[in-house]
Design a protein. Structure first.
Length: 176
């Protein structure tokens, strides 16, 4: 959904959207999609040449566990408080610049249009932990046989022992 920022200069615009479960086009690794529609409530207003995006997102997000690789659903409620600064198209290729402390909470956009879906997608990525767990005590996968330790016990370590200590099995001390 493309928003023309020029239309917001005189009065704020409110967006109350419901994005369907099939809206998400993620990378397919950690965030797999949504189990329910995503409710979006955003207001974009202009203040001193910058645009303020405030609101929240809510929906059931489908994630992949970082330890056992099983999928699970988590309630997602994200608050958005973003400042957008427009950069004229002729200045967009100025190279590297040093950002100040205030710039760290600012997103830069080229031209007078933004894609609201890109902002929503970015905020979901930024508010999702790097490594999600299906539960706090997830045991993960066995490094030897790959079995999900949450579902069944592994028997490969009973026979061999810990892989890090396998070289010690052949160690012979003097006097033995």
């Amino acid at each position: 959904m493309i928003i023309d920022l020029k239309s917001i200069q005189h009065s704020p615009r409110h967006f109350d959207l419901t994005l369907g479960r099939d809206w998400w086009e993620g990378d397919g690794e950690q965030i797999l999609g949504f189990d329910s529609p995503l409710d979006v409530d955003l207001t974009i207003s202009e203040a001193e040449g910058r645009y303020l995006v405030k609101g929240h997102l809510a929906g059931d997000i489908v994630l992949r566990c970082g330890r056992c690789l099983e999928t699970f659903t988590k309630k997602g409620k994200y608050h958005i408080n973003l400042t957008l600064t427009t950069v004229p198209p002729d200045e967009s290729d100025i190279g590297e610049i040093e950002l100040s402390e205030d710039d760290m909470s600012t997103d830069f956009t080229v031209g007078d249009e933004i894609d609201l879906h890109d902002i929503i997608r970015e905020q979901i990525y930024l508010n999702t932990p790097i490594r999600c767990l299906c539960r706090s005590n997830c045991l993960g996968l066995c490094a030897g046989c790959g079995v999900n330790l949450n579902v069944e016990p592994c028997r490969c370590n009973d026979k061999l022992g810990h892989p890090g200590f396998m070289k010690l099995k052949d160690l012979r001390l003097s006097g033995e």
